[in-house]
Design a protein around this ligand. Structure first.
Ligand code: BGP
Length: 469
């Protein structure tokens, strides 16, 4: 639909930016922090680990000052569970508690709204040694951890996100610490983990409402619209199936407290269905979100599964081709360009995604990730010209405004990432930030912060509340 007059962005729109603890903080083995599954995971050859990243733990004041200069209204970051509880549960680490306390105060001092992700892939390794999310006790550990966060920061943090991209932890578990290949049926086991995470999330949403009546809490999956490879009815049906498995399973549970019927039938058909214990469905029905946060990088396209042995095309990367025999087959969308890292670029799909989520759940939406990974270059004159990133954001933000004009209630946009950090899959050379961090893959250099061209562009955009695109 084309509008002659677009609606403006809402008055208190949260123009923000995002990071996550393990990709940004560094000090991964310092100041009382325990190891996480990410710290203990395998790193692909040629790619840095997460021990120093951008050194934000020691540079947070400078970083917050930079965010303030950019004009951010909100900053979405994650708390490292194992920095608060090095063993996942048990004794809290006072230095970890103090770090986030100081960070939150620093943000508020600069008028930046903190948006806290409680768990962004980095499960404490001590819990993984006790079977991680396969063990129901991890539900209790998460609830205890959440309670600690609410008690310590709930007087100042108004927006909470439970779990980042739970769907990616299940669908692409390779580097995210959720896959256990030693069990007989790894996929069944993943869906058991999924069930436990859903129960844990519901408990924590409920707890938040009881302890902090003024705070708001929601899930943060990765959601992208799914296109059929053609208008052939079988392809359309396959796209619907994949959307249920990839997107709606997670949000239907968070909002309606029940398993999506198509996703559940898929689980049963493949022998992946989790054990549901007595009382779980009541817990799931009770925990309700106040809003939906979601990460959008791109859409995906699938066609009918032909069951001819060619349906599987997992690459391990969450935004490349997917397929599953008997359900759907990954396909390329010929109309879309790709990033340097092979992810399709689809701004219009962003608007469709916003519309789909809103019409399905009727809850306010906030975008907690969207961005372009690229090999940015620091020029000899000390500047970084990332005009391609500006183009990417322009096109995506235009689509948010169109969605707002469609009547979608969006209250914030927190692109990935505020400042350069280490990519989950491709190390520090795949950059996303508005601010360049002067380091290379293995040479840490001086870690100096240098605003990129996109920094000044975003600053202007925020200043005008999105009027100057
Ligand atoms: C999302 C994750 C982020 C971030 C981003 C970019 O899935 O929530 O943590 O990593 O993707 O992905 P990558 O770093 O693989 O380019």
């Amino acid at each position: 639909m084309i509008y002659t007059d677009l609606k403006s962005f809402p008055e208190h729109f949260l123009w923000g930016a995002s990071t996550s603890a393990y990709q940004f903080e560094g000090a991964s083995n310092e100041e009382g922090k325990g190891p996480s599954v990410i710290d203990m995971g395998n790193h692909p050859e040629g790619v840095t680990d997460f021990s120093v990243t951008s050194n934000h733990y020691y540079m947070y004041k400078e970083d917050v000052a930079m965010m303030a200069k950019m004009g951010l209204k909100a900053y979405r970051f994650s708390i490292a569970w194992s920095r608060i509880y090095p063993e996942g549960t048990g004794e809290a680490n006072p230095k970890g508690l103090a770090f986030y306390n100081n960070l939150i105060n620093e943000l508020l001092k600069h008028g930046i709204e903190p948006i806290v992700t409680m768990y962004h892939f980095d499960l404490p390794y001590a819990l993984e040694l006790k079977d991680g999310w396969r063990n129901r006790q991890t539900i209790d550990a998460f609830e205890r951890y959440a309670k600690t966060l609410f008690e310590h920061y709930g007087d100042r943090v108004k927006y909470w996100l439970t779990i980042n991209e739970q769907n990616m932890m299940i669908l692409h578990p390779g580097s995210l610490g959720t896959l256990d290949e030693t069990v007989e049926n790894p996929k069944k086991s993943l869906y058991q983990e999924n069930h436990h995470m859903l129960v844990a999330q519901a408990k924590v949403m409920d707890l938040c409402h009881r302890l902090l009546p003024d705070a708001k809490i929601g899930p943060a999956p990765n959601i992208g619209t799914i296109y059929p490879a053609s208008s052939k009815p079988e392809d359309v049906l396959a796209a619907d199936t994949y959307a249920a498995i990839r997107n709606w399973l997670y949000l239907d549970m968070a909002v309606f407290g029940k398993y999506n019927n198509v996703a559940w039938s898929y689980l049963v058909e493949n022998g992946y269905e989790p054990v549901i214990e007595e009382g779980d469905m009541e817990v799931l029905a009770k925990g309700k979100p106040d809003f939906i946060a979601f990460n959008y990088y791109t859409s995906q396209t699938v066609g009918e599964s032909l069951n001819d042995g060619n349906d599987i095309s997992h690459t391990g990367d969450q935004h490349e081709l997917v397929g599953e025999p008997g359900a759907y087959r990954g396909s390329v969308n010929p109309g879309l360009q790709k990033t340097e890292f092979g992810w399709e670029i689809d701004p219009v799909g962003f608007r469709t995604t916003l519309r789909q989520i809103y019409s399905r759940y009727n809850l306010p939406l906030i975008v907690t990730e969207n961005g372009l990974g690229a090999f940015d270059k620091l020029e000899p004159d000390g500047t970084v010209d990332d005009s391609y990133r500006i183009e990417f954001y322009k096109k995506h933000i235009e689509q948010i405004q169109l969605a707002v004009s469609d009547g979608v209630d969006v209250f914030g946009f927190c692109p990935w990432s505020a400042i350069d950090l280490v990519s989950t899959h491709q190390g520090s050379s795949k950059r996303y930030g508005f601010v360049y961090v002067n380091r290379e893959e293995f040479d840490l250099k001086d870690l100096r912060r240098i605003p990129k061209k996109s920094f000044y562009w975003y600053q202007k955009l925020i200043e005008t509340n999105g009027a100057v695109l």
